[in-house]
Design a binder for this molecule. Structure first.
Ligand SMILES: CCCCC/C=C/C(=O)SCCNC(=O)CCNC(=O)[C@H](O)C(C)(C)COP(=O)(O)OP(=O)(O)OC[C@H]1O[C@@H](n2cnc3c(N)ncnc32)[C@H](O)[C@@H]1OP(=O)(O)O
Ligand SMILES: NC(=O)C1=CN([C@@H]2O[C@H](COP(=O)(O)OP(=O)(O)OC[C@H]3O[C@@H](n4cnc5c(N)ncnc54)[C@H](OP(=O)(O)O)[C@@H]3O)[C@@H](O)[C@H]2O)C=CC1
Length: 291
């Protein structure tokens, strides 16, 4: 948590003056860092998640830092529930008179071998990350952005090589990135830009608590495999989000920015593969025997 004296955004300090933003999952981790950026650059920022008390606490904490913008907690919202989302968006539009910026950051999953994921477990992750993000976009568009324009950023997760060990989430997030490609065309006449930020392995206390000892075990394996040889910070993600949201990114829509220290170009060892020949060879030439 940055102190007022040490927090410096790399952006112009009135960049979002007069803008109204909504950040889902804005009370913790990456979402909170995005909220700090937006509030420090002049926006009124509404944060929401299932735990409303946590959002109120975060809003009080951030407002005490004296940013030029303001932070407010919205009503408790489970993005798996359509009616919660409809109420949240109408709350923002009615109370603050606008919804210029939407950041779909809320999301999550559990670590599991794919063979052990139940149908309800798969559905829960897809409902949260793909359906939840879609419904937030749809409501923001129908209730405000269709007539007024706006900018949306969806937070996804590494999916270029799949994600063995978190297959359900990588599949859902790949769906979000593909959905973004469709929406950027459908909504451009309304002056709505929509993009994704795909973080790599980012240290957030809240995020890693979710995985318990398994998270630490995986981290010991993952960090050495990353080209950057370190975890990312929430601030490195929020800087990219804020750039996509700002006027300087006016010609950018349908894009995915990876903030992953090059992690998209290596396979993350979330799943161990036995050190033996795992696929039988097919072929009749003598040299095949050497493969
Ligand atoms: C170390 C590598 C890091 C990689 C980088 C990624 C980092 C991050 O994403 S950080 C963010 C982490 N935060 C979260 O993930 C929090 C949000 N997550 C959740 O809320 C859950 O994971 C959820 C999306 C599955 C929702 O859970 P919940 O509300 O508890 O779901 P239900 O009660 O409706 O249960 C539905 C279904 O899901 C099964 N399930 C839930 N958790 C697990 C689990 N840990 N392991 C296995 N199965 C799980 C649950 O059992 C239900 O299925 P049935 O038992 O068949 O009914
Ligand atoms: N940390 C990392 O390494 C990476 C994270 N990400 C993604 O970035 C985003 C932020 O993660 P991070 O900050 O690390 O972790 P956090 O656990 O801090 O953030 C997740 C946030 O989403 C909210 N949330 C979860 N499920 C729901 C739901 N059903 N409805 C409404 N809100 C929900 C949580 O609040 P509450 O529990 O109160 O609902 C929480 O504030 C997530 O989408 C995550 O998957 C992607 C790649 C890597």
């Amino acid at each position: 948590m940055p102190e007022e004296s040490t927090w410096r955004s790399v952006f112009r300090n009135d960049l979002f003056k007069g803008k109204v933003a909504l950040v889902s999952g804005g009370g913790t981790g990456i979402g909170k860092s995005i909220v700090i950026e937006l509030a420090s650059l002049g926006a009124t920022v509404v944060i929401s998640s299932r735990n409303e008390e946590k959002c109120h606490k975060a809003a009080d904490e951030l407002n005490a830092l004296g940013f030029s913008g303001k932070v407010a907690a919205g009503p408790s919202t489970n993005i798996r529930k359509e009616e919660d989302i409809q109420k949240l968006i109408s709350h923002v539009v009615e109370r603050y008179g606008a919804l210029d910026i939407l950041v779909n950051n809320a999301g999550g999953q559990f670590i599991s071998d794919s063979a052990d994921i139940s149908k309800r477990g798969f559905q829960a992750v897809v409902e949260t990350n793909l359906q939840g993000t879609f419904l937030m976009c749809r409501e923001a568009f129908n209730q405000y952005m269709r007539d007024n324009g706006g900018s949306i950023v969806n937070i996804t997760i590494g999916n270029r090589n799949g994600m063995p060990g978190m297959m359900h989430s990588a599949a859902a997030r790949a769906g979000v990135e593909n959905m973004t490609a469709s929406l950027c065309v459908e909504w451009i006449e309304s002056k709505v830009r929509i993009n994704c930020v795909r973080p790599g392995i980012i240290f957030t206390e809240s995020g890693f608590e979710n995985y318990g000892p398994a998270g630490e075990y995986f981290l010991e394996k993952i960090v050495p495999s990353l080209p950057a040889k370190r975890l990312g910070s929430a601030e490195e993600v929020s800087s990219a989000v804020v750039w996509l949201l700002c006027e300087g990114a006016g010609y950018v829509t349908g894009s995915v920015i990876c903030v992953d220290g090059g992690g998209s170009y290596v396979a993350l060892p979330l799943v161990e593969i036995e050190d033996k020949t795992n696929l039988p060879t097919y072929g009749y030439l003598p040299m095949k025997a050497k493969l």
